[in-house]
Design a protein around this ligand. Sequence first.
Ligand SMILES: *Cc1c(COP(=O)(O)O)cnc(C)c1O
Length: 381
Amino acid sequence: MIPIAVPLLTDEEADAARAVVLSGWVSQGPQVAAFEREFAALVGAPHACAVSNCTTALQLALAALDIGTGDEVITVSHSFIATANVIRHQGATPVFVDIDPETYNLDCTRLVEAITERTRAIIAVHQMGMPCDMAALLPIARRHGIAVIEDAACAAGSQIRMNGAWEPIGKPHGDIACFSFHPRKVITTGEGGMLTTANAELDRKFKLLRQHGMSVPDTVRHNSSSVIFEKYVVLGYNYRMTDIQAAIGRKQLERLSELIARRRAVAARYVEQLGNVEGLRLPGEPHWARSNWQSYCIRLPERFDQRTVMQNLLEKGIATRRGIMCSHREIPYERANQRHDLRQSEIAQDRSLLLPVFPQIREEDQLHVTNCLKAELNRIR
Ligand SMILES: *Cc1c(COP(=O)(O)O)cnc(C)c1O
């Protein structure tokens, strides 16, 4: 069986986790602090805050911006459902905008029509690792005084050309960027997330909120020679990452550029092998974007049934996934008032297919994937 994705974890990660297990401190502590410093340095962000996953990161981003009941947040329906759910959990209303079918990201030409006097933020998703067009989005948000949160769950190691230079996603270009370390992403800690920001006050809020609003963290009290009584100064949460996860994350971070180089090679082979299959649309990078190829998403010609193609590939030992979901088609969103046309989002979900992509995929396995896909497309010609 050729899986859709496999994390690349080795003895180095296992040894790092083992050392923490035996160290006497396994919850959020020195490893988390080091992981934050190293992640911030890597993406060029002044501040980073590690949390339990990207869903909690996105929720803290909204909470730190005081977004709640009565507020609207513009985002895409075409994303993992967590992007929309966090807005609802804060008591705010998600306003869905359609995607650009080329990048599978928010279509910035539709942004202005979605802005109302209640709009407080935009969550811009860098879907499947492909950067969203921040050069188009940011001036619109600034002109309207709207905060920008980047859902960079899939985008660790992706780059965007801004002001004439290549910059990592996470710098951040908006106010806050949120990353995921779930095993389906490019680097993993099992579960985990990270917020980056250039705003020290926001970073201070993230760090308070993730730890019950506790004024003096346990690490500080543990290392103090005098007795300290903490206070609980805001209504917080427990969204901490453990030191075991952070130690694994630090090893993963060391490998990030190698992992992406290997993913880029996999994507290049897909172009080589599938580039001239009639009617099949391969993903392309705009001239201002470099994807980390977290996913490789192809668009089937119209005459094919997505489920049948996927089933036939599965029977040949190849795992695929359908295109990115649309939140507005799921039960919790059934009764939401959908203001804007989402046709491109729906077409993308119904006609796209994710092919296996992971750094250690063998060339012969990839060839098997492309040969079986071509045979399948020829069969119904
Ligand atoms: C995976 C993902 C999330 C959620 O990340 P978790 O770490 O699993 O909470 C959010 N948004 C997008 C776009 C994702 O792909």
